[in-house]
Unconditional design. Structure first.
Length: 562
């Protein structure tokens, strides 16, 4: 009996031991889970400002690097771009940011142990982001300037093209949260050039996205002759590099068709590149914002070739007849006349080109009120957006010194109607009183709440993210277009909506702003209207689709009819 009792005693002691260990493990797991939950970021509550800077609170810890400790050349000062993209197709837009890194021909001092790299932030759908760069395999090392996003193989997932100092890179989205470098197989490295801007577009409407690459200049690190206060030699100290047009053959590779398509770039130092069908002939054209030289407007001749009509159209020079330090280009119908207009940011007064029809534009930047307000700033990224959802497009502009890490305030120009714009920046947010060294910026609705937010990259400094707190006090409609016969991204599609007696026109673009790309969805503000009476979509394939009586305040997916 004694031995039997001891066996029971030992059994119960072991049982209690196991129960205790199990309890500790369970409570430990719960503790870790609770700890993890406690560490989850939460977006801050809205304050009383229209735009609220919230980057650190939502997991956006990006700090741009020029690659070393001293801003000492034109390569380092030229960057950098960023893009909104939904890389995993979960309905929330993510952020990719380009970065500089240590390059021997540029760098001063010793190579750092942990060189900087590009970064990809995944939108968690709760108003915050997580850094998934390493997991996705998109960090580099590259000295990246700009980004353009497009589904080049029509598999339903957006791919990334990076314009670099050195060979460019095409990252194929594998659809599982990772990317693979297919540059060599695709044939789009462009050689060891200094590429800055680039844009996806389907120039021949064959259903596959082609790419125009804007190249800058032949940088010579040994050239030291310059005016001392400038800090380092400017762009005209170096020979220009020719741009490249790549045609997508639909089989995963591209052909260089620059010469065959009539692209003759003798002296252009390309910065921003954008593409849109400005003359509504069904074929997408290309605008190249060149630094210190005449800008190009490559008119597309039905996919058979291109002709530069920059000077003839009135968009080659500024209103004063000068070739300016042009940075970026964006397209929109700012005055509601059904024609696509253009805005070009530069180092002084900028250019707002009103489309007069028949291939002619008029620079109304002074008359509009933009030039006087812009004169004291160096403008880099500029994008059309309807920040207050009142039914007309406004302009956001990031600013920063050219050759020094000096900050300027960014600007928001509100469309007043009648061809007039007003700088309302300081009335919207204390953010617009900060001085930052702005470069690229992307605009989009990151939290799907119906108004447009802005992410800004600052040269050699932390990024900024300004959340829109009040734009959705007015109604809105967002369209997510998917091509079938047309390229899957529907780049080049023209959309006209009618709501409350007002018509709005927009075109699906790739690149917008300086070396950057915005939300892939088309956003319309419609004021107090609750219904869009008519939507008309002209797809790149030539198909026309209509929808009627669409309720406001929704993200509507539209697939091109077979």
């Amino acid at each position: 009996m004694a031995n039997h009792g001891n066996r029971h005693s030992v059994f119960f002691n072991k049982l209690l031991e196991l129960l205790f260990i199990g309890t500790v493990i369970i409570s430990g797991c719960q503790s870790k889970k609770q700890s993890k939950q406690t560490n989850l970021l939460e977006p801050p509550l809205s304050n009383d400002e229209f735009f609220q800077e919230i980057a650190p609170q939502i997991g956006l810890d990006f700090v741009h690097s020029i690659g070393d400790d001293e801003l000492s050349n034109i390569v380092e000062s030229s960057g950098v771009g960023t893009a909104f993209l939904d890389f995993d197709q979960d309905g929330f837009i993510d952020i990719y940011v380009c970065n500089g890194t240590w390059v021997e021909s540029l760098g001063s001092g010793e190579k750092p142990k942990n060189p900087s790299h590009n970064q990809l932030y995944h939108n968690l759908g709760n108003g915050t982001f997580e850094d998934v760069t390493e997991k996705a395999g998109v960090g580099g090392p590259w000295y990246s300037m700009g980004i353009t996003v497009g589904d080049y193989n029509n598999d339903g997932y957006p791919d990334i093209y990076l314009s670099n100092f050195g060979e460019n890179v095409l990252l194929h989205n594998k659809g599982d949260g990772t990317f693979s470098d297919v540059t060599q197989r695709a044939g789009v490295s462009g050689g060891k050039m200094f590429s800055v801007g680039a844009t996806w577009f389907d120039y021949d409407n064959d259903g596959f996205l082609d790419i125009y690459v804007g190249n800058y200049l032949n940088f010579d690190p040994e050239y030291k002759y310059y005016y001392a206060p400038d800090g380092f030699p400017g762009p005209l100290a170096y020979d220009s590099q020719p741009d490249i047009l790549f045609h997508n053959n639909g089989k995963g590779s591209f052909n260089d068709v620059t010469e065959a398509m009539g692209i003759v770039d003798l002296d252009g130092r390309a910065m921003g590149v954008g593409a849109a069908d400005y003359n509504a002939d069904g074929y997408v054209d290309v605008y190249v914002a060149n630094d210190h030289t005449v800008n190009y407007l490559w008119q597309n001749n039905e996919g058979k070739g291109f002709k530069d009509v920059g000077t003839m159209s009135g968009t080659g020079f500024s209103q004063s007849g000068e070739a300016t330090v042009s940075m970026s280009v964006d397209f929109a119908d700012f005055n509601g006349d059904g024609l696509l207009d253009m805005f070009i940011s530069d180092d002084t007064y900028c250019s707002l080109y009103e489309n007069l029809g028949d291939g002619v534009f008029s620079d109304i930047s002074y008359a509009s009120g933009i030039s006087v307000a812009s004169g004291q700033f160096v403008g880099w990224s500029s994008s059309f957006l309807d920040y207050d959802n009142d039914g007309d497009v406004d302009i956001f502009k990031s600013n920063g010194e050219l050759k020094h890490l000096y900050g300027h305030e960014d600007q928001m120009f509100e469309n007043q109607g009648g061809g007039k714009f007003k700088d309302v920046s300081v009335n919207l947010s204390s953010y617009f009183q900060e001085e930052n060294v702005g470069r690229g910026a992307c605009t989009g609705d990151y939290d799907n709440d119906g108004d447009i937010d802005v992410f800004i990259v600052n040269l050699g400094n932390p990024c900024k993210f300004i959340r829109n707190n009040k734009g959705n006090q007015n109604n809105w409609l967002t369209l997510d277009l998917k091509g079938t016969k047309s390229n899957r991204d529907a780049i080049g599609a023209t959309v006209t909506i009618s709501s409350g007696g007002q018509k709005q026109l927009a075109q699906k673009k790739s690149t917008s702003g300086y070396l950057s790309q915005g939300d892939p969805r088309l956003h319309f503000g419609i004021g107090q209207n609750t219904v869009v009476e008519k939507i008309e979509i002209k797809w790149p394939s030539g198909k026309v689709q209509e929808m009627n009586d669409v309720p406001a305040n929704q993200i509507l997916k539209i697939v091109e009819p077979e």
